[in-house]
Design a protein around this ligand. Structure first.
Ligand SMILES: [Zn+2]
Length: 155
């Protein structure tokens, strides 16, 4: 039987991600909640035991990935220096992107309306209608505020 003796300050550092208590306090997050739920050590232990007892043929993609890494003593699947509760969604950046998309879409719509007004041909109107539909779709996607999504706006 292997016994590991680890000199570890579990009161002030997360065993899973290595982040320190102060990092959580700075963001107004609870270090206790983090270590008791988000990065609860025993969940990782149970998961590894579960993988060791499960038939490899029944593994999901993620399970194969983790098991292979674990057997190769590769810890890259561990969230070292990463914690979901500390990920900032960067609201300002998101708002900037949204404003930019809205602006571009308004310009596109204006162009469409101008073209319709100047041509007035039926076929053109239908093409423009399609464009408008696409613009509407883009707009609703922008409203949903996909985090760090890529917005494609063709002018
Ligand atoms: Zn952690």
């Amino acid at each position: 039987m292997l016994i590991f003796i680890i000199d570890f300050d579990e009161k002030n550092q997360c065993f899973i991600c290595n982040l320190e208590r102060t990092a959580f306090e700075k963001k107004g997050e609870s270090f206790e909640v983090h270590t008791k739920s988000e990065h609860f050590v025993w969940n990782y232990v149970y998961y590894l035991i579960y993988l060791r007892t499960k038939n490899r043929l029944d593994f999901t993609g993620t399970e194969s990935y983790v098991c292979d890494k674990f057997e190769n003593e590769d810890l890259s699947w561990f969230p070292i220096q990463r914690a979901l509760s500390l990920v900032s969604s960067d609201k300002e950046e998101e708002e900037d992107v949204k404003a930019m998309v809205e602006e571009k879409l308004s310009a596109v719509q204006k162009k469409i309306l101008d073209t319709i007004a100047s041509t007035g041909s039926n076929q053109q109107m239908m093409q423009m209608g399609n464009l408008q539909l696409n613009a509407g779709r883009l707009k609703s996607r922008a409203r949903k505020g996909n985090q760090r999504g890529t917005y494609m706006v063709n002018n």
